[in-house]
Each structure stands twice: as C-alpha cells, then as structure tokens.
Design a protein around this ligand. Structure first.
Ligand SMILES: [Zn+2]
Length: 397
C-alpha cells in the first residue's frame, strides 16, 4: 500500500554513491554488500556495487562520502490529530522535527488528543474519516503519515466500518482508548475491523489519557489485534508475568515504544529474541505523550535496545523499518528495487566512543544524520536535531 500523496516526487534519475554501509531493513539480510543506490521516479531501481549499477545520466547525484544508508524509520505508534500540530503539548511542527530524526513514516494509533474528542459512534467514525482524508492530501515535509484510526467505541457497527473503509480509513486505534474494554467486545470489534481491511492495535498496560482503561493480558490476547501496542506500557507497564504471557502466546506483532517503561522494554525484547520471535518486534514512540514529543525518540529507542539491551544494531533497525512495514502492509521500510526511495544517510556522531555507526549505536550514542530523502527527494540535509555526523553527504549536482 502506498501512503499519502500530495508531495512532490523525484523527477529523473537519482544516484547515491560511496555508501559505506548499506542497511536493508530486512532481518533476512540486514547488511547488503552494496555502495550505490539508483532511483527513478521516486522508486529504487538498483542497489549494488557502483560497477554493477547503471549510474549514467543522473539528474541528481549524491556522494555519500562513506556514510551509512538505511531505510527511513517508520514510527509504528503516534497520535496525530490534524496537520503538523499536536494539542497534547500544544506544539507546532513536531512531524517535521521527527523527520530530522530520520522518521519518514508514521502510523496513527488514534486521533485521541483532539480537544473535545467525540465519544459516540457517529463522532468517532466522522473523526477517523476526516483525519484520514486530511492527511491523505498532505505529506507534511515529505513524511508519510497514515492517520485516521477510528477509536473503538461501543455501538460502532459493521455498516460503520464498511462506510469508513469506503472512505479510505485503513486503521483502528487502540482497544482501550475508547469504551470497548472487555475481552469479548474487543475480539468482536477487531474481527469486524479486520473484515473491512483495517489494521488493528491494542493498548497494553495501565490507563493513559483520561478516559482510557487498563488493558491486561487477557483482553490483549482475546482481542488478537495486529499489534500488541507498547508491550512496555503506554506509559505504565503490566507485570512481568502478563508481559511474558502475551509474548509467549501471540502470533501478532509486539511493539516497544519510547514513551514507555524502559525496564520492561528490555525484558520483552530479550524474551522475544529467546523465543525466536524477532520478526514480530516493532518500534514506535507513542508520541506526542505526557512526556512530550521526542523527535529522536525512534533513534533513542534503537540505541537503548542496541546498547543496554545488547541486540545487534543492524537488526534493531529492521524492527523500526522493515518489520513495521510488513506488519502494516506498507511498501516502505526496506531498501530494495521497486520500493520507495525513503532513505536516511547517517554516520557515527562526532566524538563517539564507537568507531563506526553500528559501534556508536552499540555504545548507546545516537547517529548523526546528514540527509533524509522520501520519494527520492531530499527533504533534510544536515539534521538540526541529531548530533553532527562524522561525515556528511554532498550533493554533486
Ligand atoms: Zn496506548
């Protein structure tokens, strides 16, 4: 599925050379033996060694100067409302700020922060449709925002879901944000949403925004949504026994977020890896939140899991890119021919104890971002939010 339209797409041929490390976003092969990306019309046409790629007649040519390339990060859990504004912290420009943190895609878990959010079925339905349509026509600064996630409220019917689907709604927000909180009603609503092609998520943990509910393992497993959102709490985590039960039992995605409990994040990550269920791990921020908006929240979570958690950084990056895309049915998230040219060029930050990008992440440092592209268009040059990168790519022409 392609995401939002409305932003410019690359015209002509783009060539990025001298990439020092190619991170694919795919767990099957997280590091590719390649130093060149070619794209045309906003989509990748070739990845390989320069000698093996057709690099002639480039309209835009970039020298990566040894920087790493990775897929743009996809935040699996945000709470957008309208445009690049969040009422949660009354902040403007937060999506653009996240783009400076390497985030090229974000997925709404419900427009729950709208002041006076309607809680009746008609209002919930209308809000989802308006959010979907409003973000469908913009792509703030080139970020693909998939929004319009209907909040599960009692009284929404099969006909309501049919109407929403016909109007482009692709998401249901978290079970637990609205009035649907019981195991059986959650299971029924997820099944109904799924029948109409919506991607579904369940809150996990203690209550968050006013009016939301505690959702324990029993409801999470009964609901059987596509994503067990914030297994580490949003922000209050379940006890370890329930977290273990969810991780051991579910065949659905498990999400770790920035605005959650860091201790349980590490517990769940280790458990999922021990269980051989790494393909189900996804990463989000759950921002904007009471803790604020964290433009580097995705990078910080990757660094936490790779450093304190000890997971290979190139694999953790897959949880924040290719895994999210696969679970959500998106065509972004991996660097491969045919995929959108949503690319982050980055390097170790200056002064890091780590000698390379991956060593810096394993040491707990954040990458320095030198360039971000979506649809093959340069959206950000040197990031204004990350620390300065050791090496910065240069646009030759
Ligand atoms: Zn939640």
């Amino acid at each position: 599925m392609a995401l939002a339209a409305g932003a410019e797409t690359q015209v002509g041929k783009l060539v990025i050379r001298n990439i020092g490390l190619m991170l694919s976003g795919r767990l099957e092969e997280p590091i590719l033996d390649a130093d060149t990306i070619v794209a045309e019309g906003g989509r990748i046409t070739a990845i390989g060694r320069a000698a093996d790629c057709d690099t002639g007649n480039a309209r835009v040519s970039i020298d990566a100067r040894g920087c790493a390339a990775m897929p743009g990060l996809i935040d699996n859990h945000v709470h957008t409302v309208f445009g690049d504004w969040t009422p949660r912290q009354n902040q403007l420009g937060w999506i653009e700020s996240c783009l400076n943190g390497g985030v090229t895609g974000m997925i709404s878990a419900g427009e729950v922060h709208l002041p006076g959010r309607p809680r009746d079925p008609a209002g919930a339905k209308a809000l989802a449709i308006v959010a979907r349509k409003s973000f469908g026509d913009i792509m703030p600064n080139g970020v693909r925002v998939l929004a319009g996630a209907v909040i599960p409220e009692r009284g929404l019917t099969d006909a309501d879901f049919a109407e929403m689907a016909a109007n482009g709604v692709r998401l249901m927000g978290e079970i637990g944000l609205g009035s649907v909180t019981g195991a059986e009603e959650a299971r029924a609503m997820v099944a109904c949403a799924r029948r109409h092609g919506l991607s579904t998520v369940t809150h996990v943990g203690g209550p968050s925004v006013p009016g939301s509910s505690y959702i324990g393992a029993e409801v999470v497993l009964a609901a059987d949504a596509d994503v067990c959102s914030h297994i580490n709490g949003g922000p209050t985590a379940l006890d370890q026994d329930q977290v273990r039960r969810i991780c051991e039992t579910t065949a659905r995605a498990i999400e770790i977020i920035h605005n959650g409990n860091p201790r349980v994040a590490l517990f769940a990550m280790n458990l999922m890896r021990e269980l051989g269920k790494e393909a189900q791990l996804t990463i989000g921020t759950d921002a904007p939140a009471g803790s604020g908006v964290q433009p580097l929240g995705m990078l910080r979570t990757i660094a936490l899991l790779a450093s304190v958690g000890g997971a290979p950084p190139e694999r953790v990056i897959c949880w924040a890119t290719g895994n999210v895309a696969r679970v959500r049915g998106l065509d972004t998230g991996i660097l491969a021919p045919g995929r959108p040219a949503d690319i982050v060029l980055c390097d170790r930050p200056q002064g890091s104890a780590g000698a390379t990008l991956l060593e810096a992440l394993a040491a707990g440092d954040l990458p320095g971002i030198g360039m971000v592209l979506t649809d093959g268009v340069i959206r950000v040059r040197r990031s204004r939010n990350t620390p300065p990168a050791e090496r910065v790519p240069e646009m030759l022409h």
